[in-house]
Design a protein around this ligand. Sequence first.
Ligand code: MN
Length: 341
Amino acid sequence: MQKDNIQALGKLIATPKNVLVIGHKNPDGDAIGSCMGWALFLRSLGHQVEVIMPNDYPDFLTWVPAQEEIVLFSENPDSVQKSVSDSDLIFTLDFNHFSRLGEDFARVLKSSDSTFVMIDHHEQPDDYAEVCISHPEYGSTAELVFECIFHLDMLDKINKEVASCLYLGIMTDTGSFKFPSTTARTHEIASVLITKGAKSSEIQQKTFDSSSYHRLKLLGQAMQNLKYLPEYSTAYIHLSQDEMDKNNFQKGDTEGFVNYGLSIKGVVLAAIFKEDKNQNIIKISFRSKGNFDVNKLARTHFHGGGHINAAGGRSDLSLKETMEKFVHLLDAYKTELNAAL
Ligand SMILES: [Mn+2]
């Protein structure tokens, strides 16, 4: 972490300000955890803080401390617009490009003359932030938030609530400390957070063991649709709109499904293709093992991006055509795929 970034950050938060903390569209555990953790920390320093998300988040995150005060742009565009113009300082967490907010919200931020600070762990950050704390080598934004507080020498400000939020972000973005981005330092940080009051087992339970009956039925359908291509070390799943409707699909229900493909022995690349008839697109998530770069794959072929081992994208083709395109592409990556492990 760069010293001058921390100094600049320290200066910005040294006096009470009107602060917004903003996460990305379709917020996940890291977006909610890092934003709420950072917001509660800032509030303890005397700042006026509002947390804004572009749209709603899944039910399994409704246990998060103070999440009930999150303002959704999708439901309150006017009040958010006012908050943005009244703000002195805007933190954007867990994303690095306004396009991750959706068009309308992005426009509001583009026209703001607030000071922006980015804290994020995705590849290729945009240049809108005065202070840009961008570290793709980190497993989660929540871990980066912890490092900021650590380098600011303010660990004493981490109470049970802040600790629980940050633990959530680290836990969800590292697949419960499984992904390669998990380091000795990650465990060290988790240990500090537990000491500060985060209840590891309880947080795991509240986050992961909160499935609905319908979600498990949908997982069953997804597993029925699982395809395995050993010659490309690849497995993929699809869900049609019809299959999701039949199983009463709720936001967040397919979270983690893609990892089942990756759990097959020898599989290096896994994908899930979900039909979205509302937006008339196919939503795609990619996961990989080893050094096979799904960020590059998603950026080059599916209008997306993310990290080396986890990325997302979309396609305007039909579900069937999208999967055909994907399978067709694999040939060009065959050597890379079979050498990644
Ligand atoms: Mn993240």
